[in-house]
Design a protein around this ligand. Structure first.
Ligand SMILES: C[S@@+](CC[C@H](N)C(=O)[O-])C[C@H]1O[C@@H](n2cnc3c(N)ncnc32)[C@H](O)[C@@H]1O
Length: 225
């Protein structure tokens, strides 16, 4: 499954989905073609991408089921207008900022499907601290890059170790093969950083080395369990 197919597969059947940062409109197209939802609110901050989405969805014969909106984040929506909100292909911090700026709208949706390109730990932390519970996660790999797709719903989670903001407990529990591949890659990256610090530093002791070693030990422990 590729990134866009995975995003589509995580949206529950519903009436209306908002695709925030729609760009080319591919997510909207897939959701409508598979009748995951009746209609889509396809929104983008920028005119160029929104124009692309309008052209693409019109050419696909789907524009009668679309509302196209130009604007920032969830500001284009009113409360309860979208059953599901998709925000994909942006940085984790930007996604958190978009949710925070219109929290009432985000909390009025049944689910949020989020696919951050970076800083996923910050997004998971934001969700945990702001009344959203992660109920599902998937990992996909495209062109040597790993993508994580989160499903979050309004709700509280039990307290857990901070490491799970970085490493998804849901994916560990799923025993996902790609997750183990990803964790092995993280271990290697950290080991390379450690040896390069050791080579270039006079002192054997280094706070960074200690933190990375601790992190790697935790990851190895998780992989064993
Ligand atoms: C890399 S594209 C991702 C397109 C698509 N969602 C995907 O996952 O393939 C990011 C899109 O988000 C839009 N964008 C960036 N910040 C935004 C914001 N605050 N509100 C709405 N759209 C935004 C950009 O204009 C761009 O079209």
């Amino acid at each position: 499954m590729n990134r866009l197919e995975c995003i589509k597969s995580m949206v529950s059947d519903c009436r209306a989905v908002a695709d925030i940062g729609t760009d080319h409109g591919y997510v909207a197209e897939m959701l409508l073609n598979d009748n995951v939802c009746e209609r889509i609110i396809a929104a983008d901050l920028n005119e160029g991408p929104l124009k692309k989405a309008i052209e693409h969805l019109t050419a696909s014969g789907l524009s009668s089921r679309c509302d196209f909106r130009l604007g920032n984040g969830l500001e284009v929506l009113s409360e309860n207008e979208a059953d599901a909100i998709v925000i994909a292909g942006m940085g984790g911090e930007l996604i958190a900022e978009i949710i925070e700026n219109s929290k009432n709208v985000a909390l009025s949706a049944r689910e949020l499907i989020l696919q951050p390109m970076t800083t996923i730990d910050r997004l998971r932390k934001y969700l945990y601290e702001n009344g959203f519970k992660i109920t599902d996660e998937n990992i996909v790999k495209e062109f040597h890059h790993y993508y994580f797709i989160i499903k979050a719903v309004p709700g509280e989670d039990e307290p857990f170790d901070e490491i799970y903001f970085e490493i998804s407990n849901i994916l560990l529990k799923k025993k996902d093969r790609l997750m183990y591949e990803y964790l092995n890659k993280i271990l290697k990256v950290n080991e390379n950083i450690i040896s390069s610090i050791e080579k270039n530093s006079d002192s054997v002791y280094n706070e960074k080395i200690e933190t990375l070693n601790e992190k790697n030990n935790k990851i190895r422990e998780m992989m064993k369990n």
